[in-house]
Design a protein around this ligand. Sequence first.
Ligand code: SF4
Length: 385
Amino acid sequence: MPEHKRQNALLPPRRKSKQILIGGVKVGGGAPVVVQSMTSTLTQDITATVRQIKELEEVDCELVRVAVPDIEAARAIKDIKKQISIPLIADIHFDYRLALAALESGADGLRLNPGNIGEPERIKKVVLAAKERGVPIRIGVNAGSLPSRMDSPVKPENDKGVDSRWSLPRTSIRGGNDRRRSIPDRMVDAALAQIRLLESLDFDLIKVSLKAFDVPTTVAAYRAIADKITYPLHIGITEAGPPRTGVIRSSVGIGTLLYLGIGDTIRVSLTAHPREEVIAGWEILKSLDLRQHGPVLVSCPTCGRAEVDIVKLAQEVEAELTRIKKPIRVAVMGCAVNGPGEAKDADVGIAAGKGRAILFKKGRKIGVVEEKDIVRALMREVERL
Ligand code: SF4
């Protein structure tokens, strides 16, 4: 399992949140930020779903969510759970019986909005069943499916109108006037209403998300709720798109929030195989130095000074590094201008010249290799570390 490291001293402190346990995985309360994803298979197709979850496990997905559109899917969770190693969260909409069946099947977490599963009695049944099993519920508010108006905007107990480190100034999200509430405000109201509903049933195993496609909206919503509640926050940019643009959009949104200290678990939502979501999630955490996970590749953008094909070389090294789990830094540099400096700072690195490269290890030059042998020599040293 990927290791956690002490937080980089240059980062602002993380928001203090309550800790919950999802099937043994700690979320919030200072635990490492958790990487999660969601399957794209039909949950009823147990073989396909287990296969995909195993693919996610291979890239160190730590929590997985599955859609539960019907009773067959809810029952399938039992067999899926027997064959996987990571906790499973059931995604429920509208039908409280699906939530009860998913809990019966051993789901480790629920994602639902109590307000959309009907009468108070039904909500109570689900909450009691979750409480009995110690199963947390994620309240997930999406900007795209907000109620048209909040009948009774909920004032949180600790909302004293004081801006804190995480909050935006009031005027910036309320436009200086409450007559037309902003989308982030409405998202926060919707989440608080659902939270109070669960709290009224003496339930506090809660996780909250407030997602939008738009990064400023998402960031404003999370900042607005961050000091109103202490529940852990699941963060992400919803429906971020296909990998090329979706990874960038998600990185900007999730990265901004994490930098501010907000976020206990993340999902990068992509129109792609969910494996890509997990890989991107880890890269975001590594970029902020929040977690260690496998190698970091430093490679130069190449320019007219390079005398070897650095693009090809970097791609080959990147492919080789996918099987390495060690949290090491590898450098592939094109010439003598920045090359030796970067390569020397890495655990292993090369600075290429004409038809050959200098090989560095832990800051020391350990040899010169021919161009055709660069990848092999570099990987040999990586393996030896
Ligand atoms: S390391 Fe050398 S080749 Fe690479 S971008 Fe910098 S100057 Fe250009």
